[in-house]
Design a protein around this ligand. Structure first.
Ligand code: ZN
Ligand code: ZN
Length: 351
């Protein structure tokens, strides 16, 4: 046989062997993929003794193809909390393989739609993932309306699922949420929200008028401190409560960019857009002001979130951050969906 004939015969034999093995091979690959999917959830952050912060949504109210609505996950001491749950944020949490069936509760800063849009998904999907008891949802006065409304909207879904899978597998208690209205803090002082297994959360009032009430949250665990500003103008309450914090997550709206867009909108006849671009400036903090807050509070790091306007390219990101490094000398980062910050304990576990 010629060399060519030998090669062709070898290729044909290999093809026959692959064809014959196709069934078992496909079966093995399929089983492996199923196993991977079923065991994908990573529960280690719950128990490793550190305080974990994961940004599950970093946009503001305008749709942004790269960012979900505002959402910050806090995982520590066997607990998994969300601060705000904006549109699209739940899908982020689920596809990142976080232990969503262990969701402990949600802390809402205020009730603008970009902060609450996925609350129904958080309640329902964490129940589907295994949560068996009602979900705690904390927030300012008015929280009962929010929780009742979502529960009403999802009540038919809950009935279908219990009827379909049975109470033993989908206990109806897990489909529910419990609203906890927090007292309104006085001045810059904080009010305690809860302390569980070493994780301590307190709320302070910020200025997002005409929104009443709007809160920021301070989170402490084993010597680490994280502060979330919520939506606010430059706030003395954030400065007061973030003193020496390891991490300040601060909202940021680049008014130098939105003003230009607003003026342009008016110039081309989009009066309504121009008016709204001007209005939003009045109840948010600019990136430079957020940096000033970080400097005044002497925080160890600053991450900007609730990014407005959307930043489609490097030039826009550069413009957004202009001047921030002059205002704050510490590490400053533009937040993005998926940013994870792990803060190992600095003091012994007390409980
Ligand atoms: Zn907002
Ligand atoms: Zn808001």
């Amino acid at each position: 046989m010629s060399r060519r004939t030998i090669i062709l015969a070898g290729l044909a034999a290999a093809a026959v062997a692959v064809f014959a093995a196709r069934g078992p091979l496909l079966e093995r690959l399929t089983v492996r993929q199923i196993d991977r999917t079923l065991t994908r959830v990573d529960s280690r952050p719950l128990e490793d003794g550190a305080l974990h912060v994961i940004l599950c949504g970093t946009a503001a109210a305008l749709p942004d193809p790269e960012r979900a609505g505002p959402c910050t996950a806090i995982i520590a001491g066997g607990q998994f909390w969300l601060v705000d749950i904006g549109p699209g944020a739940w899908r982020n949490l689920d596809v990142w393989n976080l232990p969503v069936g262990k969701l402990s509760g949600v802390l809402l800063t205020h009730f603008h739609s970009d902060h609450i849009g996925d609350l129904g998904e958080a309640i329902t999907q964490s129940w589907i993932a295994g949560r068996k008891t009602p979900l705690d949802v904390y927030g300012p006065q008015g929280i009962d309306d929010i929780v009742d409304g979502f529960q009403c909207a999802y009540s038919h879904d809950a009935q279908y699922r219990v009827a379909h899978h049975g109470e033993a597998y989908m206990p109806s208690a897990g489909s529910r949420a419990l609203a906890h209205a927090l007292p309104t803090p006085e001045g810059d002082a904080a009010v305690p929200v809860f302390e569980r297994n070493g994780l301590r959360v307190s709320a302070f009032r910020v200025d997002h008028a005409p929104v009443d009430f709007a809160f920021g949250y301070r989170i402490e665990y084993r010597g680490r401190v994280v502060v979330i500003s919520g939506d606010t103008v430059k706030s003395s309450a954030v400065i007061h409560n973030a003193q020496n914090a390891d991490l300040l997550l601060h909202e940021a709206l680049a008014s130098h960019m939105t003003e230009r867009a607003g003026a342009r909108a008016r110039a081309i006849g989009l009066e309504r857009v121009g008016k709204m671009a001007g209005d939003v400036r009045g109840y948010h903090t600019t990136p430079v002001q957020a940096a000033e807050v970080a400097a005044a509070a002497q925080v160890k790091s600053l991450v900007l979130t609730h990014i407005f306007p959307p930043l489609p390219n490097a030039l826009a990101r550069h413009l957004f951050l202009a001047g921030t490094a002059d205002a704050y000398g510490g590490p400053l980062q533009l937040g993005y969906d998926g940013l994870r910050i792990d803060l190992p304990a600095v003091e012994a576990h007390s409980s």
